[in-house]
Design a protein. Sequence first.
Length: 258
Amino acid sequence: MADTTTNPEKTTHFGFLTVPEKEKAKWVRRHFDSIAYKYDYMNTLLSLGVHYQWKRIAVGMMGLEPGRKVLDVCGGTGDLSRLAAEAVAPSGRVFLYDINWEMMAAGRPKTSALTCGDNVGYVQGDAEKICFPDETFDGAMVGFGIRNLTHFEKGFAEMYRVLKPGGVFMCLEFSEPVTPWFRALYDFYSFYLMPYIGRALADCGPAYCYLPESIRLFPGPDKLKAILENIGFSDVKYRRLTNGIAVVHVGKKGNPVK
Ligand SMILES: C[S@@+](CC[C@H](N)C(=O)[O-])C[C@H]1O[C@@H](n2cnc3c(N)ncnc32)[C@H](O)[C@@H]1O
């Protein structure tokens, strides 16, 4: 009989698959390697371009001002970084932080094309162990990335740590529509059509099965708000976008030191 007390291998989820916890980062890396150069195009196709509007609203909710220093965690191909760079220009800085070099490389030409593109720096690293000192940033944001972490609370706690007191936090993440008929339609679209389109157009069916599965396993807006407050964020608010397909949470790190 297997001795489970001496083999307490922890497991976690990769979509609806159960995988050893220590292997999840490898699965996630493989997933984003496989879609890096198709990521922007598939995002635009599958969301009918709405993701750009969500990102603009989300960065707008941060109220960034020129001169601020911002961290884009799980920044990928850099849509949020580019919006933040424009908001903090001309003297502000944005650091795009991602574990996957391919994703950053795929988005680099779009960032270079910005007049303020030189103000965006790229750092490769794990969001669960952010390689910046405490209280470095005026803003920290994560878009459609936190769901991929093995321990997403660690990622949020790290964002809290690197924010200056009074710094602003933002998380944009997928969720579920609130209206029942729309949710049923969305479920059909995301579980059946999305993997089909992913297979047909990007040769990545499994990658687009992972997406809806990982969304269903992520906490809903109220639970996420409570998790953020528990980490220490204050003034946490959220806004549902497109009937709740995506949700933006914003909050602050304590009060500014006078
Ligand atoms: C769905 S993409 C989001 C990209 C971008 N933020 C956007 O909104 O389009 C998720 C990103 O999270 C990154 N990622 C996954 N796990 C990570 C980790 N542990 N640390 C840092 N980045 C991670 C992936 O490499 C990928 O680029």
